[in-house]
Ligand binder design. Structure first.
Ligand code: CAO
Length: 557
């Protein structure tokens, strides 16, 4: 069992635990933070120092801690370097370093580094450049916040830039009261000690620039001087002449004052694309902790934004009604098949711009031919319905119109033309709608298609359908003919681009030029993805399909 203790925290006082980063049972690596501690000026993450499984955590949020105090035990710990079983503080983990590379230092005496951060280097007259101060041996330091813009009025202690290493965050204040004339870095820029951050024109006179001079002694502060911690950022006693009326820096010029969070929380927020300024911190003194970020994300995902008329999908929400107010109700879950179908249909309806083309096929001859095969069909044990003929005709039409046997690629910039003709057909079952697929339907004869349709439909209804039976479709048919109806709008089985709906065939009087003839008319409804297919193409496709069904001898050509 390895022990993790509070590392060297120098002479920092009133240090307490402000965030727990792990829980017992968690597996940690040497660099993973166990908890975050904070003095009145600095915060720092205490890393595990070795890899292992957290067995127990001996402190809680708000507990005071001191150097050497046992805070956690690890089991299965791998011995690390020459400090087995003891926390290996990160490069910036001692408070003296944290002062320079994290939040500020003790109130009484700003450290040399802090002074350097405050001490802009003069350029001309009262213009001065503020650079990155001593950041110790911190690596991979980047700018994570630029709180100023050229033209902004700032005060000495107002937050200007925040930089962050992999473990620590450091706020760099303006360093002098004045107006920002140039900002030399952007968020994400890598920086090292001495990198120029911004230039400002100090207020007051050039003769007495508003900054601490190199020979200026560390400014002692009274015990009750306001802390510079983020939530309590207060203007320092003026070093320069009193500000003219109206030059007070409004709160919004110090966004850092609203963002009080440690490095791990900032990193998480950046990874999730969350603006910390929008989050209310629940940690000590309003500090934003990781759980606040996660909670914020969860809330944003699951609830419509306040005042928004959009639901979580970005669509106007459907009202939620307590139907029980109007009469007895019963809740019944959708079957798994129906729920899955609902998701697919919804996705298709939302993603595919649908248009439906209606037409009719005169299937009088087809029906007469089908009738003539009844005896043979019975001998073969097959119920020969119009569907296999429709499947066959579709394969012919798809070969003439390849963009109907296609999908669009992810960017909807290219067709993926399929050189196979796998026809899906909707089967109604007590579990819901299922679409098995007739593979290579173009190479199969009418008898084989009829037998396979019956077999697949039986598999669906008896819940024997295999995964492979319902995959690989290139075009679909939804035949409601047996049930009735004069036409409907099927939903494209995306990522396919077209689906044929078939309604009930009826005998209609059709004018042949001299008299009305009774003809068997089959209504066809082709829904298509208007991104892939235009209306004229759809019109030609359905007309061609109808002509094939009008005269099925053409299927043999
Ligand atoms: N017009 C008139 N009669 C039709 C017809 C049509 N368009 N299509 C089929 N029929 C007849 C058949 O000929 C059969 O009668 P006979 O036995 O006298 O010949 C009878 O209706 C029943 O046919 P069937 O439904 O058993 O067979 P099928 O090959 O036509 O269809 C299947 C098979 C599995 C597609 C069908 O049973 C089914 O489940 N359809 C529902 C599809 C669905 O729910 N679609 C909606 C999806 S939402 O887009």
């Amino acid at each position: 069992m390895a022990e993790i203790r509070i590392p060297d925290i120098g002479d920092a006082e009133n240090v307490e635990v402000i965030e727990l980063c792990v829980a017992p049972g968690d597996t940690v690596g040497p660099d993973d933070a166990i908890l975050v501690i904070e003095s009145d000026k600095a915060s720092m993450e205490v890393p595990a120092g070795i890899a292992g499984t957290l067995q127990e955590l001996l402190v809680g949020i708000g507990d005071p801690v001191e150097e050497g105090q046992l805070i956690a035990r690890l089991s299965d710990a791998e011995q690390a370097g020459d400090s087995p079983g003891e926390a290996r503080p990160h490069a910036t983990a001692s408070p003296q370093e944290a002062e320079s590379a994290d939040l500020p230092g003790p109130p009484e005496a700003p450290t040399a580094n802090e002074e350097r951060a405050r001490e802009p280097e003069p350029v001309t007259g009262s213009e001065m450049v503020v650079s990155v101060p001593d950041i110790g041996d911190a690596q991979d330091v980047v700018v994570i916040e630029v709180a100023i813009r050229p033209g902004d009025r700032v005060d000495e202690d107002g937050l200007a830039v925040v930089v962050e290493s992999d473990k620590a965050t450091m706020e760099i204040p303006a360093g002098a009261t004045g107006v920002v004339t140039a900002v030399h870095v952007r968020e994400g820029d890598p920086v090292v000690e001495g990198t120029r951050l911004f230039t400002l024109e100090a207020a007051g006179s050039a003769a007495e620039p508003a900054r601490a001079g190199p020979d200026r002694p560390a400014r002692p502060s009274a015990p009750d001087e306001p802390s510079r911690s983020r939530e309590g950022r207060k203007p320092s006693p003026p070093l320069a002449p009193a500000k003219p009326p109206g030059s007070e820096i409004p709160e919004e010029y110090s966004p850092g004052a609203k963002v009080y969070a440690g490095p791990a929380t900032r990193r998480l927020a950046r990874e999730l694309g969350v603006a910390l300024a929008e989050i209310n911190g629940t940690g000590a003194r309003g500090r934003i902790v990781k759980d606040d970020v996660k909670h914020f994300v969860k809330q944003s995902m699951s609830s419509p934004r306040e005042g928004s008329e959009r639901g979580p999908t970005g669509l106007p929400p459907v009202p939620t009604v307590d139907f029980a107010r109007f009469g007895p109700v019963e809740s019944q879950p959708l079957t798994r098949v129906r729920a899955a179908g609902a998701r697919n249909l919804h996705a298709s309806w939302l993603n595919v711009p649908h248009v439906t083309q209606h037409d009719e096929a005169d299937v009088t001859e087809l029906e007469s031919f089908r009738g003539s095969l009844k005896t043979e069909a019975a001998e073969r044990g097959v119920n020969l319905t119009p569907l296999p003929f429709i499947v066959k005709a579709c394969c012919y039409a798809l070969k003439e119109f390849p963009t109907f046997n296609a999908s669009l690629d992810a960017n909807a910039e290219n067709y993926v033309l399929k050189r196979y003709y796998n026809i899906g057909f909707a089967v109604d079952s007590d579990q819901g709608l299922v679409v098995p697929v007739l593979k290579d339907a173009d190479r199969k004869g009418i008898w084989d298609l009829a037998a396979e349709i019956a077999e697949l439909a039986a598999k669906v209804r008896e819940r024997r359908l295999g995964m492979d039976d319902a995959q690989g479709g290139s075009f679909s048919i939804s035949s409601l003919g047996a049930l009735g109806g004069t036409g409907f709008t099927p939903i494209v089985n995306a990522p396919e681009v077209a689906i044929l709906g078939v309604a009930r065939l009826v005998t209609k009087p059709v004018w042949d030029g001299s008299e009305f003839q009774p003809r068997k008319i089959l209504p066809l409804s082709l829904s298509y993805d208007h991104r892939a297919i235009n209306g004229a193409e759809a019109g030609r496709f359905v007309a061609h399909l109808a002509s094939l069904l009008n005269d099925i001898r053409r299927l043999s050509l």
